[in-house]
Design a protein around this ligand. Structure first.
Ligand code: NAD
Length: 442
């Protein structure tokens, strides 16, 4: 199948790089977003998210005339839906006392409805949003069939998960292997024809529900593996063991690869997608729901550690370094670091938070410091929550003269104990109990 014009709905971390990449490969791309700020910013030639190389890619796509942006879809040969699929914050499911989060599919529903008036015979529609199993056949297809066109017969319909890593999106879009699940094999074939425009990685055709499940399985596996690392950190503290050393040694085994513990799991993928399985089949997803609970409880575990380190939290001044959900990105969604700050404040601590990648972020109930120095200046303790390179590279000897703090708590194993101790700090680390008697025989 040949494609000349493409319409991409949702111009965020996934949709915008995808639109720009198709445009760079000669397709006429019409990008659609319901957020007027996004549309206006793009039409002024700027981008609203932080992603290396994206500004240049979008600028040249706009300049070439291959990319246009507005708030409503236009007729096209193919449509890609890349809108958010978060969980609902106000409603929960319940299964024998297990409270689980529910997928919020409103954006997928409304984006699909927006395609209806411009859907034509022979079109291809691809859902890229991470979605619960059977969304393509049970939610998207019935909406599109309100057009009186039949999915799989009059138009092609696919699900194709996105696997790019923020920070490397433009490269990974092209190089990663891609799974394309069609509701018929002809749909999958049409999907392949579209993505072959630029994808250099292998393209694997399958059915739509398998493709949906593949994506959720990938993120669920990460989540469960992080949960066990977090649980190891708790166990190590109990046994007076340094979890980082234990993990390093365990990982020398050729078939073991334990991930790193931390303050929790965030972002809008790994901390969200496993719930899609739980919601779809709570009676079957028992390990998965337990892992979610372990990771969601990790910010509380960190707060208890801080409380012990500073001797109670009431009126303690804590400098919280990093609020993003992972290193070197500006994405704050579902960030466990933010949850840690909220919990510290709930316990009466005065927190000055600093996030270098999003210094102007507006967060409910959290006041950001103006800069790094004002966050640490009069702190009682410095709490490292995100392993941003600039925090990793802090020189404790120089830092000591710019802060009143002499206690530091590292939740991501970024700082060297000897260096921080020599600089006059007491350094507490997640997964290491600084107080128990030595485990070594003398
Ligand atoms: N960001 C990632 O690294 C990543 C990786 C893999 C998969 N995903 C999945 O891709 C999907 C999109 O994620 P994202 O990170 O790009 O989200 P995002 O929030 O960065 O962008 C989504 C955009 O869609 C717009 N939007 C919302 N409803 C719309 C509608 N009805 N019509 C048109 N636009 C609409 C929003 O205004 C926003 O600009 C999600 O399902 C996510 O889980 C994301």
């Amino acid at each position: 199948m040949k494609f000349n014009k493409l319409c991409v709905l949702g111009l965020g971390y996934i949709g915008l790089p995808t639109a720009a990449t198709f445009a760079a490969h000669g397709l006429k791309v019409h990008g659609v977003d319901i957020n007027p700020r996004v549309v206006d910013t793009l039409n002024e030639g700027r981008i609203h998210i932080h992603e290396p190389g994206l500004q240049t890619a979008v600028e040249s796509a706009l300049r070439s005339g291959n990319l246009t942006v507005s708030s409503s879809p236009e007729e096209a040969d193919a449509f890609i839906i890349a809108v958010p699929t978060p969980f609902q914050h106000e409603k929960f499911g319940d299964h024998n006392g297990l409270r689980y989060k529910l997928a919020d599919m409103r954006a997928v529903t409304s984006a699909t409805e927006a395609i209806l008036p411009v859907l034509r015979k022979g079109n291809l529609v691809v859902l890229e949003s991470t979605s619960p199993p059977r969304t393509t056949v049970e939610l998207v297809a019935p909406i599109l069939e309100r057009s009186n066109l039949q999915a799989g017969k009059d138009f092609h319909l696919c699900y194709s998960p996105e696997r790019v890593l923020p920070g490397q999106i433009l490269r990974e879009l092209v190089e990663n292997a891609r799974v394309i699940g069609g509701i018929t094999s002809e749909s999958a074939r049409a999907g392949r024809d579209l993505y072959e425009t630029f994808v250099k990685g292998e393209i694997h055709e399958t059915d739509a529900t398998t493709a949906e499940m593949v994506k959720i399985m990938e993120n669920t596996t990460r989540d469960v593996n992080i949960a066990i690392a977090n649980e190891f950190a708790r166990l190590a503290e109990k046994f007076g063991v340094d979890v980082w050393e234990a993990i390093r040694l365990a990982n020398l085994h050729p078939r073991i690869n334990i991930l790193s513990p931390g303050p929790g799991v965030g972002g809008h993928c790994i901390s969200v997608d496993p719930w899609f399985f739980v919601e779809a089949a709570p009676e079957l997803a028992q390990l998965i729901s337990q892992a979610r609970l372990v990771n969601d409880a990790q910010p509380r575990f960190v707060v208890e550690k801080v409380k012990r380190a500073v001797g109670g939290l009431k009126n303690k001044r804590i400098a919280a370094l990093g609020l993003a959900y992972k290193p070197d990105v500006d994405d704050l969604r579902e960030s466990p670091a933010i949850e840690v700050v909220h919990l510290l404040q709930d316990e009466g601590a005065q927190v000055k938070a600093w996030e270098p990648f999003a210094p102007d972020a507006k967060l409910d109930g959290i006041k950001l410091a103006n800069d790094f120095n004002s966050a640490i200046l009069d702190a009682d303790a410095i709490l490292l929550l995100v392993n941003h390179s600039q925090f990793r590279n802090i020189n404790p000897a120089s830092l000591a003269s710019t802060t009143s703090a002499r206690i530091a708590i590292d939740t991501v194993n970024a700082w060297n104990v000897t260096e921080w101790q020599s600089a006059g700090f007491v350094l507490h680390r997640l997964g290491v109990n600084t107080s128990p008697a030595s485990n070594r025989h003398s």
